[in-house]
Design a protein around this ligand. Structure first.
Ligand SMILES: Cc1ncc(COP(=O)(O)O)c(C=O)c1O
Length: 414
């Protein structure tokens, strides 16, 4: 396996001054590299980039995104609050999500967000009531279901005819007639997000063509759609090499610019491609054992810290840190302490023989890992560190079990 230099730096910094495990460690250098590639795109192709913070909502990463002049796409009140705390201007924020609550929509209208994405006729009607009641207009986008197969894992394919996401083509006429009657709802954007971990970038050309045809059709009815949002979904190689589809985005957006010919402003919402290959989970081997013909390395990280292997069958490369003298290679299931057979971080992983106290790194763990972490089995959320110039800087504290339980408690005298 050819490891990216950023992982090599993470490992040498960890060996030099280990932090307590399990922990997420991010590479400052790789984050800068990925974020810069996207800010280059904004400069060269005038693409607007809204980082999908559902991939990773760490405050330091968001600060880096903001400092590079990019904005964010939020999906809940929590993400909206976090984005504003970091200093993103509401007028640059996009609010997406198939099930926004009434109070989330009301807040989005009051804050004057850049775009509120609407995903159903029902949601549009609720939004029209809210804007009428408040007497405030709102910029809205329609997330359409383009019925394009992203050719990815079914759980992260979101543009199929039967997905819960987006507006069915058959509902577009009804949406248009509702919009004609509610001048406070200003339709500015058409959007589609067909899925995640998309390796065939030509699908984004199909998305662009679909959206621009729809926008031209709708604009003929007296609307002024100015923006097309092609969503996120750009893939990375889950092999520890640091490779992603990013270098190909330049060619993709040159192609789209030719087709677009300045007709619409184009935006994208990358998440995974910004963060996935910037982080390793450092974990310690607690025990090893052999049950039947299976060798297990039982580690202190778990499915609660990276649910992707159990949820999607994702394969993250796992390597041993500071191997010392080379020993026999064995095949292990790397499993956590949680009471589920689905609690594994890697299956059939070849590692030089493991023993209690060895350290392993689960690579490419920057996207949909800490953001999807849970407290199952009452496990505290892990700390996060940034590896910068050979030092590990804490950027999120380990959840303190006592404080956490205290905050949950409601005094009850019954
Ligand atoms: C609406 C929307 N935009 C953007 C993204 C980011 O996708 P990715 O992380 O694959 O780039 C997602 C993720 O599922 C999404 O649902």
């Amino acid at each position: 396996m050819s490891l990216s230099p950023s992982y090599q730096s993470i490992f040498s910094s960890f060996i030099k001054s280990p932090v307590s495990t399990p922990a997420y460690i991010y590479s400052n250098q790789k984050l800068i590299q990925n974020i810069s590639l996207f800010s280059e795109l904004t400069k060269k192709h005038l693409i607007q980039v809204h980082y999908a913070m559902k991939a990773n909502n760490n405050a330091q990463i968001l600060r880096m995104v903001k400092d590079a002049g990019l904005s964010v796409d939020v999906n809940s009140l929590g993400e909206l609050t976090q984005a504003m705390k970091i200093g993103f201007l509401p007028s640059n924020l996009i609010f997406a999500g198939v099930g926004k609550t009434d109070s989330e929509l009301e807040l989005a209208v009051k804050l004057g967000l850049k775009t509120i994405k609407v995903e159903s006729v029902d949601e549009l009607l609720v939004l029209s009531e809210i804007t009428n009641h408040l007497g405030i207009s709102a910029n809205i986008g329609l997330r359409l279901n383009p019925e394009i197969d992203a050719k990815t894992h079914p759980y992260i394919a979101t543009g199929l005819a039967t997905s819960k996401f987006g507006i069915d083509k058959r509902d577009i006429d009804q949406i248009i007639s509702i919009l004609s009657n509610f001048p406070l709802l200003r339709l500015t954007t058409l959007d589609a997000h067909i899925g995640s971990q998309i390796t065939d970038l030509n699908l984004f050309v199909d998305v662009f063509t679909f959206l621009s045809n729809q926008a031209n059709f709708i604009n003929k009815k007296g609307f002024s759609i100015t923006d097309l949002d092609l969503g996120g979904g750009f893939a990375i190689e889950y092999d520890g090499s640091g490779q992603s589809t990013l270098p190909e985005l330049d060619t993709l957006f040159s192609k789209i610019a030719l087709l677009n010919n300045g007709a619409f402003k184009i935006s994208i919402e990358p998440g995974r491609a910004v963060v996935a290959n910037t982080c390793a989970i450092l974990t310690r081997v607690l025990y090893t054992k052999t049950n039947g013909d299976k060798n297990f390395a039982i580690v202190d990280a778990a499915m609660t810290d990276n649910i992707r292997p159990s949820l999607y069958g994702s394969v993250h490369p796992i390597v041993k840190i500071g191997q010392g003298s080379v020993s026999e290679t064995l095949v292990y299931d790397v499993v956590g302490p949680v009471c589920e057979s689905g609690d594994f971080l890697g299956e059939d992983v070849s590692l030089s023989q493991c023993k209690r106290g060895d350290f392993l790194a689960i690579l490419d763990s920057g996207a949909y890992t800490s953001a999807m972490a849970s407290n199952y089995n009452m496990r505290p959320l892990l700390p996060e560190y940034l590896e910068k110039d050979g030092c590990l800087i804490e950027i999120r504290r380990r959840q303190n079990v006592n404080e956490w339980l205290e905050n949950l408690e409601i005094p009850y005298e019954g």
